[in-house]
Write a protein that binds this ligand. Structure first.
Ligand code: SF4
Length: 395
């Protein structure tokens, strides 16, 4: 493990507060900003390339804009990513950043490289969308911390900017290139409950003048905010994953409580609509995330129920071995159990993968995105109380 402390930059936040932060602005917003300065709108795409493709924040390094405009931008604008509180780079190539966002809370971002050992191989960045999460899935450590607030577009896209920046050190600006190849909106928070900022940030991920990622390489993962799934299909063309985790309503109500509001029948209908009704050329399947909890959702019967539930939905299933966190009420299914479960899905014709656990040495594995949340929901306190009660009951 290589833990690198980074000094919190209060100056950076001050700068962002006084000037207009261009990070996170859409192309249209940036064009309007340049018009308001008496400039031509095309300046927006020039500056976007500097910011997102070359990681440049200093306007004086943007060599294709005039000296006069460089000075003007220096006076009124800035490019300020969220402050990195600290970062950890794992031996296996996994990288984790903890950001301190306005208000002092911490959120995490994790980069997981493919296991192919290639320097320019697949690198998937798991991005957070909220500080904490209001949804309280019973197996999720983020959910136990409660919810503080939504992240802004610049705080969301800034996570990707910083991850790419980590590969750009000591490289001249115009020779830099973005290394993150895939993004999953699967970190802290439920992205569809922070809809507009998430869609704005994903638009920059796809925009050729910004990060230019292919739409198949940007995935939003939802626990099932059904009405927003229909909106998403209309507003942006990205891949969709569903945190399913249970094959029947009774169990899902317990594991993913939003299921009480949007039960499986509605969720699967919305997922089918996402694949078939809107832009069918691009949305070929849904990824189903299923955390394997020993003795809870991992029996043969559950696997057969899952086959039945997904039979008409083009889907790929990703089984996630549970990563226990302190006082978690569940354990991880055995490898044999996970393989037996996977075998049933494979036999039924599903493509089913088992997620490799990565970055264990830096607590970056799925479900371990532990931040420090100023909990407006008081859930963290209630959770602590319930643990104490459980402990005194056993004494
Ligand atoms: S699993 Fe996702 S939606 Fe559920 S509590 Fe955790 S972060 Fe929120």
């Amino acid at each position: 493990m290589n833990k690198i402390p980074v000094i919190t930059s209060a100056e950076q936040s001050d700068q962002a507060a006084k000037k207009v932060n261009l990070l996170g602005m859409s192309k249209d917003e940036l064009s309007a900003f340049f018009v308001s300065l008496g400039e031509k709108p095309f300046r927006a795409t020039q500056v976007m390339k500097w910011i997102y493709q070359f990681g440049v924040t200093d306007f004086f390094e943007m060599t294709n804009i005039s000296k006069k405009l460089q000075h003007k931008l220096h006076e009124v604008a800035c490019v300020v990513p969220p402050t990195v509180k600290y970062k950890e780079f794992s031996q296996d190539g996994t990288r984790k950043w903890v950001f301190e966002v306005a208000g002092g809370s911490l959120v995490e971002t994790v980069l997981i490289p493919a296991d192919d050992g290639k320097q320019f191989g697949r690198k998937t960045l798991c991005i957070s969308s909220q500080v904490g999460c209001a949804l309280d899935c019973s197996f999720c450590s983020t959910g136990k911390q409660g919810f503080e607030r939504d992240l802004t577009p610049s705080e969301i896209i800034g996570q990707l900017w910083v991850a790419n920046q980590s590969y750009m050190e000591n490289v001249p600006p115009t020779e830099r290139e973005n290394r993150v190849t895939n993004v999953v909106m699967m970190g802290m928070g439920e992205p569809l409950l922070n809809y507009n900022p998430v869609v704005a940030a994903m638009s920059l991920m796809l925009d050729d003048h910004a990060f230019g990622l292919s739409k198949r390489r940007v995935t939003l993962s939802t626990s099932g905010v059904v009405p927003k799934m229909y909106d998403l299909a209309k507003d942006i063309d990205v891949a969709l994953a569903i945190s399913l985790h249970a094959p029947n309503d009774e169990l899902r109500n317990e594991l993913v409580p939003i299921n009480k509001k949007y039960p499986l029948k509605d969720l699967i209908k919305a997922a089918k609509s996402y694949v078939y009704d809107e832009n069918p050329r691009h949305k070929k399947h849904i990824t189903i995330e299923y955390v394997m909890l020993a003795g809870v959702n991992d029996s043969d019967e559950h696997a057969h129920q899952l086959v039945d539930l997904l039979k008409d939905l083009p889907s790929k299933i990703n089984l996630i071995p549970f990563n226990p966190f302190p006082h978690a009420p569940y354990g991880r299914s055995s490898n044999n159990r996970i393989h037996a479960f996977s075998h049933i899905l494979n036999q039924a014709g599903f493509v089913c993968t088992i997620r490799q656990t990565r970055g264990d040495d830096i607590d970056a594995a799925c479900g371990q995105l532990v931040g420090q949340v100023a909990d407006r929901t008081r859930r963290a306190k209630k959770w602590q109380e319930s643990i104490q009660k459980r402990q005194s009951h056993h004494e």
